[in-house]
Structure formats: C-alpha cells, structure tokens
Design a protein. Sequence first.
Length: 255
Amino acid sequence: MPIVYLKVPLIICGMLCPSDRSYIMVSDNMNDLVLSLVGESVPRIGYESREEYHVLPEEFYYMSYGSNLCMDRFMCYVAGGKPERSSRTYLGCRDVTPPRESFGVVFEGSIYYANNAPQWGGGGFLFADFDYPKLSLGRVHLVTREQFTDIVSQECGFEAGGVDVDFGKILSVGHVVDKGLLYGHTVYVGTLNHLPVISFTTGFSQRDVVDGQAPFRLNKPSDAYDNVVRKGLVETFGLNDEQLDSYMYDTLGYL
C-alpha cells in the first residue's frame, strides 16, 4: 500500500500542532527504512502520545537526534568538557548529575543537515522538522528542568541559564518559537512513561531551508561531526556500517 499524507490542520489533546504544516498519515507505515533498522520494540514518539499536565513536572525527557546521540558528547553539555574532534569547550550545567535514564527512540519528524559549524571544522549539523511526515532516530535523556534550560542555552551559544525556557507554554501550546536563536524552536514531541519528551530545533522549517527562506542553507557535515553522529547511532541502536550508511544517505543534506 502506498504511503499517503493529507495536509490538514491537526488538533491533538486539545492543542493545535506546531504549524499549519501538520500532517495526518493515512498509511500505517511512515518509513520502512527506520523500522527495518531498529525493529518494533524501540519506543515511538509522536504528537498523538502527548498528555496534559496541570502541574509542571520536575523532570523531562530531552530528545536528541544529532551529536547528542553520543553520551560522551552529551555529557560535555552536562558536566563540561570538550567533545572529541571539536574545538569548543563547554562549561556544563549548574547541576552536573548524569541523566537517570537514556535510551533510543523513534520519533515522527525529518532530520536534515544545514548551516555551518566551525567547532566541527565547518560543514552542516542536524536540525529536525517535527511536522514533516517521516520517521527518524533519536535518544532521550532524563534531565531536570534546570538541566534542559542549561543544555539549550549552551546549544544556542550562551552559558548555563542564558536562555529562558517557558515550559508551561511549551506543554500547553505544543511549542515555542524564537527565530533569533540558533535552536529557537522548542517542541513538545510526545510523552514517555507519563513524562513529557521535549526537543529543540531551528525556528525555520525544512521547507524554509530548502526554498531559501531561512538565513542558512543545506550543508554536508564535516567528517568530525559525521563521526560523532555515527558513533551515537552505534552506541544507541547497535547499527552496523551498512545500516549507518543507509540511514545517513536517506538524510537530506548529507550528500
């Protein structure tokens, strides 16, 4: 059966999805490739799993899909340090406690390489479009609200606590956008174990980037960045070289 998508406004759990680019999937199979790589046992996250919260949780699952798939690299944001083959040193979070849980997930959305990362020797790095009808691989890290704030602050080029994250609005509306920040789109991706899964990406959609409506373009990653993403995928999902290549080659901007 072919995969068919209808582009319509979508409301789930009383919330409008993050943009008018929302999709309903008619086919049960969004992406044969990803499911063939990891199987059906890996948790799958999408807007339909979102729950309502009347009390703001103390902990969240932060979902990564790029270099933070690699635990050593992610811990540089938490405890401080310089990632392998990167030129940037991070100061870390105010609370350097490692995540209590960390595991692989499949999420609904597309990833693509764009912009330019001088700390990785140039080349593009990964963004996600959570409204795009595709499946991608991610990793969730169970962190506190303060740690998430410190992680996204460092991702945006600030010290810990430099970015104000409105968790209440993220959970009630579904997302918050600030196009002035590198990772200015914080998204309530779904729910796992009755805790919110949140992630961040650029405030511009994949379509904006492809159509030249964003201030940056698609860009192939450097060898250094490619290496840490591959390392994270192996660590998280146990992929072999052939599987890694299949996943990478299917990612927009990689080639």
